[in-house]
Structure formats: C-alpha cells, structure tokens
Design a protein around this ligand. Structure first.
Ligand SMILES: [Mn+2]
Length: 433
C-alpha cells in the first residue's frame, strides 16, 4: 500500500496530466477522464478515437482468403453464373446475408439467398443448403456467419462441382471430432489461425461488409445500418472496427432508407432519435431474432431488402407479433426449467436441463437467464425424435465451446463461441433427465 504521500503524488500527477491533456484536446476534465479510462493517453490517439469515421477502417484485403474470394466471385459474376448465399437465422446471419445479397445484385449478379430453418435444417451451413444450391443451378456458394465447422457440407458441394467460399467469425472448432477445416475454395474468418487482419472482432455481418467493400472497391455506406444491427446483436466488443461500423450505422439507422427497418423501428417505439446500442438490443433486435426462433427467418431478409411499403409494414407487424409469442413461451420454458432444478441450489460447475416439450426457439435465451440467475455455465436441451438440441451459455471464466469440444464422441454436431454454443446429441429414451 503506497504511503499517504505517495498516493497523494499519484493523484497529483494524474491531475496534472489530466489538466494538461484536457488543455491539449480543448475538452472538459470529465470527458478527458473518460478517454484516459479507455487507455487513450496521447493527443494522437484521442483525435483518432474522436474523429475517426468508417473511412478510416482498415484494408479488407488484410483478411486472409479475401483476394481469392473476390476473384472467384468476380469470375462467377462475369460469367453470369448463379451465386447461392447461405446465411443463418439470427440477426447477424440475416443482416450478413442481406449485405452480400444487395452487394452482388448491385454488381448485376444472379443471387439466391438462403436462410436455414432452425426447425428443419438447424444452425449453419448444411447439406440441405448444398442440395438446394444444386437444384437452383448455382455454381458457387458463399456462406455468411457460418460454415467454418461444415466440413461435410463442403465435401458434398465439391462432389457436385460447386465451389464454396466460407465467410464466418465463429471459432474454428470442427464437427464430430475431426481436425480439418472445410476444404473450401477460400475461407475468410478473422478467428482462424494465421489471419493477421486488424479486425479480430468482426461479426458475420462485419465480415460480409468487408467482403462487399473488397468486391466493390469502396465502402457502400448504405449497408452500415444492417452491419451495425448484426454487430450489436452478436454483442461484439464495440471497439476498433466495430465501433466505427456502429457509430455510422446508428446514424444511418435513424434515417434509414429501408422501408422494412423504418416500419420495424416504428413498431418498436424508438422513433425520433438516434438509437443507442442498448435500445436496439431490447427493442429492435429481439423482433428480428423472433423470426428465426418461431418461424422462418428468410422473412427478415425480405424485410431488410424490400422496396415495397406494404410488404414492409406487413412483415414488421408479423415480426412484432412473433416476438410477443416468443416472450410468452420463453417465460413458460424458463419457469419449467427452474421447477426442474427445484430446490437444488446448483452448486456444481455447470447446469444441464432437458425436456421434450420445450420450444427449441427459446432454449438459448433460457440458458442465458439461467447463467444470470446462478452464475454457472448452462446448457438447455430440447429433445425431439431421439435428438437433443442444446443451447449453451457461459460465464467469462469458462470457454464453453472448448468444454464441449472435449466430448465430441457423444456429439453429432456443435459450434459457437467461447460464451455461447449450440450442440446436438443423440438422446435415446432412457437417457431423458
Ligand atoms: Mn454471428
């Protein structure tokens, strides 16, 4: 413990520095203190932080795999080949898909945009998507916000002579205990080994934005509203590149030209001011996520891309209604999970609960609520037809994806992040908890 004099000196130095720094920046002491708290302690860094815009974001070709992806996509567009975009059903996955769809259509490409169904296809990129791409005569598949653990689906595409470009941001753990990344034409994922890009925290929508920027040779700022939504929805750290995306994206969202987002913002009651990330997380993003949780998330891509005011209004009302249903079911499942835990005050290291009647669309949120309540990593399974689909959420101390990857022999499929993962297991009747 420093002596009183020393502590005084520390404070004193700090105060002198603050005053000097505030004078340099021509800012109040309070605002300067906020910068210092963020470890911004030189005038250059401060100016960078305060005045940087989306134009100062780094070079998209810094992402490994970008060059090859751009040349393959460029080739397919110039040969008028059909391109299949395979996304995911949450906000990040649907905004990523819409970003790439709009970009490629703008380049004159013929594009099919596919969003899997949570109930029919499950999370991510699967053989069903490959079959559909083939049936539609597509020669190239580009995944967004998924694909990094889809070794088998990429093999199936190769068999059909369809090239796959994977763009993702999930941890590169692989299916079924294998040790190989998918044999794709190109993989863009800031999390894979050897990627030295300056964008480690991009989400699926952020990676899609970078691909768009590389394809167009410029940033299409009209995409930033969607990129900001994906970034906030995936709770990515709002620093560096993500902060720039969100900063400009929120302004754009406020005055969005997209009829669908406009209608949805109106339904959410956040009209009239530039929204803050928290407001979006509570008021807008749950409505977007509700589509994939309760029904069919390709409606979200339609909402994001439609130019038709009536369709926009109908879709916005539909999402709002689905979200109300979701809230009701979520509460029921949460209470049922609590009842199952009963009086056992969980003292172990992890909570695992399962039921045959739980709605699959809400198990992720219920797992989050269990983590909040008990401060333990939690996995919630919904069992149907001998298959247990689980959603795992964790506390900062536990890398849940790694934990699950250490028991791959029991697992049909899994994927995710350090704090959130999805997992699929065989569930013979007698194992029901
Ligand atoms: Mn994502």
């Amino acid at each position: 413990m420093p002596s009183i004099q020393k502590r005084w000196l520390l404070k004193r130095t700090n105060k002198d520095f603050l005053e000097y720094f505030a004078r340099e920046l021509d800012m109040s002491l309070l605002a300067t203190q906020v910068l210092v708290n963020r470890d911004i302690k030189t005038p250059e860094k401060a100016r960078d932080f305060l005045h940087s815009t989306i134009d100062s974001i780094g070079d998209p070709f810094g992402l490994s795999g970008m060059e090859r992806a751009v040349s393959e996509i460029g080739g397919a567009v110039s040969r008028s080949e059909r391109i299949f975009i395979s996304g995911d059903y949450d906000t990040d996955g649907t905004t990523a898909a819409a970003i790439l769809t709009e970009t490629l259509r703008g380049m004159g490409a013929s594009v099919e945009c596919f969003i899997p169904s949570r109930f029919k296809d499950g999370y991510g990129f699967h053989i069903q998507a490959v079959e559909r791409a083939r049936a539609l005569g597509c020669s190239l598949i580009v995944t967004v916000d998924c694909g990094i653990s889809s070794y088998d689906a990429v093999e199936a595409a190769r068999q059909y002579g369809i090239g796959v470009i994977i763009t993702d941001h999930h941890e590169p753990y692989v299916d079924g205990g294998g040790s190989q990344l998918p044999r794709a034409v190109s993989i863009i994922n800031p999390k894979i080994e050897g990627d030295n890009s300056p964008f480690p925290n991009l989400t699926g929508a952020g990676v899609a934005l970078m691909l768009s920027r590389a394809l167009l040779g410029r940033m299409d700022k009209g995409l930033l509203d969607m990129a900001a939504l994906g970034t906030i929805a995936d709770v990515a750290p709002l620093t560096g590149e993500n902060r720039l995306i969100v900063k400009d994206g929120l302004k754009l969202l406020h005055e969005t030209r997209r009829p669908g987002l406009k209608a949805l913002i109106k339904c959410s009651g956040i009209n009239g001011r530039i929204p803050e990330p928290d407001m979006l997380s509570y008021m807008l993003i749950p409505k977007i996520n509700a589509a994939g949780r309760m029904d069919d998330a390709s409606n979200v891509v339609r909402l994001l891309l439609t130019e038709d005011l009536n369709e926009a209004q109908t879709l916005a009302e539909y999402l709002t209604k689905l979200n109300q249903e979701r809230q009701k079911i979520e509460e029921e499942v949460f209470n049922s999970a609590l009842a199952k835990l009963g009086d056992i005050k969980p003292q172990g290291r992890v909570i695992v609960v399962a039921d045959e009647n739980w709605h699959e669309g809400v198990i992720g949120i219920v797992a989050s609520k269990l983590v909040d309540r008990f401060n333990l990593p939690s996995i919630v399974f919904s069992i149907k037809d001998g298959i247990a689909r689980g959603s795992a959420r964790s506390i900062p101390e536990v890398d849940i994806c790694k934990a699950i990857s250490s028991c791959t022999r029991h697992i049909i499929q899994f994927g995710g992040h350090k704090q959130a993962a999805g997992v699929k297991l065989k569930a013979p009747k007698h194992t029901l908890i």
